[in-house]
Design a protein around this ligand. Structure first.
Ligand code: A3P
Length: 296
């Protein structure tokens, strides 16, 4: 498969108040009409906050023992379809999800809370939200956009950081995304809100909490196996989880599994950028009770 468009990188445009590219809006009618099932599990994130990591953990928890061939032959992005993804030469995310042979279906989305297909709420689906501190999230997104031809050009770091602060990113502002799902938790209890920083600090504990949210009684030995198998180094080596099979990405520019650290922002933000960012962040987040750690 080669899905790099001969037209080059896509344009960013406003879509219902959110910056988007056509790759995520071309199939909009079918996305909105999507029929969720009560046992579907939705992995929802702002891009670059640990989506692949949590997807892989969930895949192993549900299918690690029952379908071993899945682990060696099917890349994670086919096991866990990207609902709104509509890339030329590939079945749409909706079609892939509709064809999933396994139960429960694990589904990935980056849609902000207000754009999520209603059916997920109506069916009371379990939603796993992963959030990552804004500074590391911005750095990771910057390197991703350098190597991922499916997103607009990032420009230089300073330009990109300004755009991030303005929320002119594919899938909109980080601030509204993380706060939107955080607030949704008040009225919709089937959301498990996780933090990338907690995952890095103590993966085993986060796997245990996930199991308890999902009602899984996975034995400790297996949880430990999963914790080890989903370690950064293991996932970076594993061609089924490191995205090396997706030609839209240029690994010569930057790998998908890049660093996997908390605090890499310190290698990117200048003192002035950091001060401006902190000031702006305080304003954007002043009405939220959500707290992030930028170091561990
Ligand atoms: P970095 O660019 O900071 O390295 P997503 O899957 O949402 O696109 O997120 C990708 C980010 O998660 C990348 O961050 C990637 O390295 C990191 N990541 C993926 N798997 C990881 C793991 N097992 N441990 C730590 N970080 C991981």
């Amino acid at each position: 498969i080669n899905i790099i468009s001969p037209m080059g990188r896509p344009e960013l445009f406003d879509f219902e108040g959110i910056s988007m590219t056509h790759y995520f809006t071309d199939n909009w009618e079918n996305i909105q009409k999507f029929q969720a099932r009560p046992d579907d599990i939705l992995i929802t994130t702002y891009p670059k906050s640990g989506t692949t990591w949590v997807s892989y953990i969930l895949d192993l928890l549900y299918f690690g023992n029952t379908a071993p061939e899945r682990q060696t032959s099917l890349p994670i992005f086919f096991r866990v379809p990207f609902l709104e993804g509509t890339f030329p030469g590939l079945p749409s995310g909706v079609e892939q999800t509709d064809k999933l042979p396994t139960t429960p279906r694990l589904i990935k989305t980056h849609l902000p809370v207000q754009l999520l297909p209603k059916s997920f709420w109506e069916q009371n689906c379990r939603v796993v939200y992963v959030a990552r501190n804004a500074k590391d999230n911005a750095v990771s997104y910057f390197h991703f956009d350098r190597m991922n031809m499916g997103d607009p050009e990032p420009g230089d770091w300073n330009t990109f950081l300004k755009r991030f602060m303005d929320g002119k990113m594919v899938f909109g502002p980080w601030y509204d995304h993380v706060c939107g799902y955080w607030e949704k938790k008040q009225t919709y209890s089937n959301i498990h809100y996780m933090f990338f920083e907690d995952m890095v600090e103590d993966t085993g504990h986060e796997v245990e909490r996930l199991c308890s949210f999902l009602g899984l009684s996975t034995p400790i030995e297996e949880r430990e196996r999963i914790t080890k198998g989903t370690h950064f180094d293991a996932m970076k080596q594993n061609n089924m989880t490191n995205y090396s099979t997706l030609p839209i990405m240029d690994f010569k520019v930057s790998p998908f599994m890049r660093k996997g650290k908390v605090g890499d922002w310190k290698n990117h933000f200048t003192v002035a950028q950091n001060e401006q960012f902190n000031e702006h962040y305080k304003q954007k987040m002043k009405n939220s009770t959500l707290r992030f750690r930028t170091e561990i």
